[in-house]
Ligand binder design. Structure first.
Ligand code: UDP
Ligand code: MG
Length: 227
C-alpha cells in the first residue's frame, strides 16, 4: 500500500464528507493505493455516524473510535499503530489542510529519501491571537531541538512507515513529532510550503492553554533527549 492517511478528529462532522471526496479525487488521479484512518477522538456531534456512512461506501476507510476525548496526540498514536502504508500522511479534519499536497509529500519521502517532511503554513489563515504566539513557539522549538523547521505543529506531515512505528506520541507531543523522530535517530527531516485555509466549519479545539502545555512538553522532551 502506498499511503496511509491518518486523520484525528474531534467534532468535525460537517467537514468529513467534503474532506473525503477531495482525498478520493486526489488518490484516484494519482493511482495511489491507500487507506484513510479516521480517529474519532470522543466527538459529541455525529462525526462517528458520518464516518460509518462513508465507510459503507468506500473500502478504503477505516475508523477508530475513542470513548471520550483523549487529545490529538493519542489519536495520532493509535492511527500510527494501525497504519500499513509505505508513507504515512497526517492531516487535520477541518479542511484547513489541502489534500492536493499529498502527491508531492509522497514524492519527497519516496524519491528524495526524507524520513519526515513537515508542512509549513507560510501564509496562515488564523487569527492574530494565534499567529504571533506561534512564531515565538516555533523559535523556541528550533532552539531546543536544533531542527530548522518554521512550523513544528503543522498537522500536515509525511513520514516513512518505519519512523511512525518507532515513536510514541503522548501528552500533547503532536507539536513536536519532528523532535521525537530526531531523538529516535531519524535525521533527514524536510519541509514543504503548504497551502492553508481558514476553518470552514466549527471552531478551533485548542485554547490559549496550548502554549502553556506546549512549552511544558518541550522542556520534558529536552530533558529526555539529554539522557
Ligand atoms: N483534534 C482532536 N482531538 C482534540 C483536539 C483536536 O482530534 O482533542 C483534531 C481536530 O478535530 C482537528 C485537528 O485535531 O482535526 C486540529 O485541531 P484544530 O483544527 O482545532 O487546531 P488548530 O488548527 O486550531 O491548531
Ligand atoms: Mg484547524
Amino acid at each position: 500500500m502506498d499511503i496511509s492517511l491518518v486523520i484525528p478528529l474531534y467534532n468535525e462532522a460537517e467537514s468529513l464528507p467534503e474532506l473525503y471526496a477531495w482525498i478520493e479525487r486526489v488518490m484516484k488521479a494519482n493511482n495511489f493505493t491507500y487507506e484513510v484512518i479516521f480517529v474519532n477522538d470522543g466527538s459529541t456531534d455525529n462525526s462517528w455516524e458520518v464516518i460509518e456512512r462513508l465507510k459503507a461506501r468506500s473500502p478504503f476507510i477505516k475508523g477508530i473510535k475513542f470513548r471520550r476525548n483523549y487529545g490529538k496526540s493519542p489519536g495520532l498514536h493509535c492511527g500510527f499503530e494501525r497504519a500499513q502504508g509505505d508513507v504515512i500522511i497526517t492531516m487535520d479534519a477541518d479542511l484547513q489542510d489541502s489534500p492536493d499536497e499529498i502527491p508531492e509529500l509522497y514524492r519527497m519521502i519516496m524519491e528524495d529519501g526524507y524520513d519526515l517532511v513537515s508542512g509549513w503554513k507560510k501564509k496562515r489563515y488564523d487569527p492574530i491571537s494565534k499567529t504571533i504566539p506561534t512564531k515565538l513557539f516555533n523559535a523556541t522549538a528550533r532552539k531546543f531541538s536544533g531542527i530548522k523547521l518554521h512550523d513544528f505543529n503543522c498537522g500536515l506531515k509525511a513520514y516513512k512507515n518505519i519512523v511512525i512505528k518507532n515513536i510514541e506520541v503522548y501528552n500533547d507531543m503532536h507539536r513536536y513529532i519532528p523532535y521525537l523522530a530526531k531523538i529516535a535517530g531519524f535525521n533527514k527531516i524536510g519541509e514543504k510550503v503548504v497551502k492553508h485555509q481558514a476553518r470552514k466549519y466549527g471552531t478551533t479545539k485548542f485554547g490559549l492553554s496550548r502554549f502553556v502545555n506546549g512549552y511544558l512538553d518541550l522542556i520534558t522532551l529536552w530533558f529526555t533527549s539529554r539522557f
